[in-house]
Design a protein around this ligand. Structure first.
Ligand code: NAD
Length: 266
């Protein structure tokens, strides 16, 4: 039996990059997936096509997850479609970069809303559904699993990206606090902090040779990550194989958080 057989997952921002990779990985592991997108319906269709080509199942759901009412509708539609929700992957995220002194209030707020507040809205809806339904032993030992997509910038400061780094640092404590609060309800909450993974969000940093060389100086393991690296970890965190893992943030970064600048005596 596949590790996520009969389980229902919602993946936010699943029309590209890591969200797309995670949605496909969860579906290969047996989950039926709500593929959330904000504006790229074509991207979401591509995710669904790949899931179906691999024998999986899913459906597409438009929602801006920074809007609480849209999040409620997404959960309602998923429960209507598949009966319940077992797994939430809070993946949607944006970067709107500017030096601190030039950053507009709108650009600060937008990134906090999409990258951090959306995780609050989605997790609240998920937890309500997990508690309503309770544990179904044939599917999982837990009543539900929440995976929060963070970033190495939850602990590495990042000049010129203060809205992004602050939102990600917020996710670190959000996941821990939620895990502490919901553990007795048998809900598991963990986070993944990717390093540099090849997606659209950071295309400038890996597409040409010179940029890639510069990026590799920050990655002791000497390769840029692939979305599959994150997909595999998401499957594990969503499955009973990680049943005793609670409130943890897993860094999947080829060693980016190991202060590579200190390698040769600092
Ligand atoms: P991406 O731009 O390909 O994916 C982001 C996705 O979020 C897109 O599909 C986008 O449409 C969606 N999205 C944005 N705003 C949304 C909203 N309001 N509602 C619903 N969906 C919305 O980039 P990615 O690299 O795949 O990023 C995915 C997550 O991984 C983000 O949270 C990002 O911060 C995080 N991350 C990425 C890297 C990396 O190296 N790629 C590193 C660390 C963390």
């Amino acid at each position: 039996m596949k590790p996520l057989q009969q389980q229902i997952a919602i993946v936010t921002g699943a029309s590209s990059g890591i969200g797309q990779g995670v949605a496909i990985a969860l579906a290969k592991a047996g989950a039926k997936v709500c593929i959330n997108y904000r504006s790229s319906e074509d991207g979401a269709k591509k995710t669904l096509k790949e899931i179906e080509q691999n024998g999986g199942e899913g459906f597409i759901q438009q929602a801006d997850v920074s809007q609480p009412e849209a999040v409620k509708t997404m959960f309602r539609n998923t429960v209507e479609q598949y009966g319940t929700v077992d797994i939430l992957v809070n993946n949607a995220g944006i970067q709107v970069d500017a030096p601190f002194l030039e950053m507009s209030h709108d650009d600060w707020q937008k990134v906090i809303d999409v990258n951090l507040s959306s995780q609050f809205y989605c997790s609240q809806e998920a937890a309500k559904e997990f508690i309503r339904r309770g544990i179904v032993e044939e599917r999982s030992k837990a009543a539900g699993k929440i995976i929060c997509m963070s970033s190495v910038h939850d602990i590495i400061p990042w000049a010129g990206h203060i809205n992004y780094a602050t939102a990600k640092a917020g996710i670190l404590m959000f996941a821990k606090t939620l895990a502490q609060e919901l553990a007795e309800k048998k809900i598991r909450v963990n986070a993944i902090s990717p390093g540099a993974i090849k997606t659209d969000i950071n295309r400038d940093a890996w597409e040409d040779d010179a940029s890639r060389e510069k990026l590799l100086q920050l990655i002791p393991y000497q390769r840029v990550g692939e979305v599959e690296d994150i997909g595999k970890a998401a499957v594990w965190l969503a499955s009973d194989d990680s049943d005793y893992v609670q409130g943890q943030t897993i860094y999947i970064d080829g060693g980016m958080t190991l202060y590579p600048g200190f390698k040769d005596n600092g």
